[in-house]
Design a protein around this ligand. Structure first.
Ligand code: GTP
Ligand code: MG
Length: 222
């Protein structure tokens, strides 16, 4: 069942909702859930997916210890080796289905997989953990180079210091127009608001730059 959430993308308040035309069926949009190692990408997809999420988890081994720091996520036992996939429907601002693709978090996958996963996406949610912000720096750079609209979503882990979003923006050297939000990757309503914020932001980019090479497109308008 499609659901709707109280969010900034409500049609009464979202100027960009009208940019997506509703042509009979739900708009189907591909969204990338990206971020550094262990920031909560798989958790995010699993929290909102209406279908059993597809996951490609493998157990961490000693071999990855030098490159994949477990500081802050010591209980982590597995890592995504290919991608996560989930789906969520919304009624507002227009009927739409979001296809969620979670990336693998390990840097060594950037070249080989991220470009493929990003292909056709309307935008990316870049997850960040304030205890290890640097793990998401390369992802922000990737989005900027790929000219993929993105927002930064700080996953507020229990016990982690809560930084003002402006400090996070500064740490990533983000321009003022890129939204930075906080959320809890385990809570479906929290994740849903983040997704709607991304869609709104991605649509605002179409309005700002219609020639954008990765401008959001309707993958399917049945
Ligand atoms: N306390 C808390 N734990 C979380 C939260 N999000 C994720 N976790 C835990 O943190 C660990 C990492 O979460 P994942 O969702 O696997 O992270 P990931 O970004 O997909 O990891 P990789 O695919 O290995 O890069 C898991 O043990 C989760 O249960 C959160 O918001 N709060
Ligand atoms: Mg994962």
């Amino acid at each position: 069942m499609p659901v709707s959430y109280d969010s900034p993308a409500d049609p009464a308040t979202a100027p960009h909702g009208a940019a997506l035309r509703h042509v009979g069926g739900p708009a189907v949009l591909k969204i990338l859930i990206a971020g550094g190692f262990g920031v909560g990408k798989t958790t995010t997809v699993g929290a909102v997916s209406e279908i059993e999420p597809v996951s490609t988890e493998e157990y961490l081994t000693q071999a990855s210890a030098p490159t994949d720091s477990l500081d802050g996520v010591e209980t982590k036992k597995t890592t995504t080796v290919a991608f996560d996939f989930g789906r969520i429907s919304f009624d507002l601002p227009i009927p739409m289905e979001l296809m969620l693709f979670g990336t693998p978090g390990q840097d060594r996958f950037i070249e080989s997989l991220w470009y493929d996963l990003a292909s056709g996406a309307v935008g990316a949610v870049v997850l960040a953990d304030t205890r290890r912000l640097e793990t998401s720096f390369d992802v922000v750079t990737f989005c900027e180079r790929a000219r993929l609209p993105f927002i930064v979503a700080v996953n507020e882990f229990d016990g982690a210091h809560r930084y003002p979003v402006n400090e996070v923006r500064q740490a990533f050297a983000l321009s003022i127009h890129i939204p930075v939000v906080t959320f809890d990757a385990r809570v479906s309503t929290s994740v849903a608001k983040v997704l709607l914020r991304l869609v709104d932001h991605a649509l605002s980019q179409i309005t700002a730059d219609p020639t954008h090479p990765t401008a959001p497109t309707l993958m399917d308008a049945r």
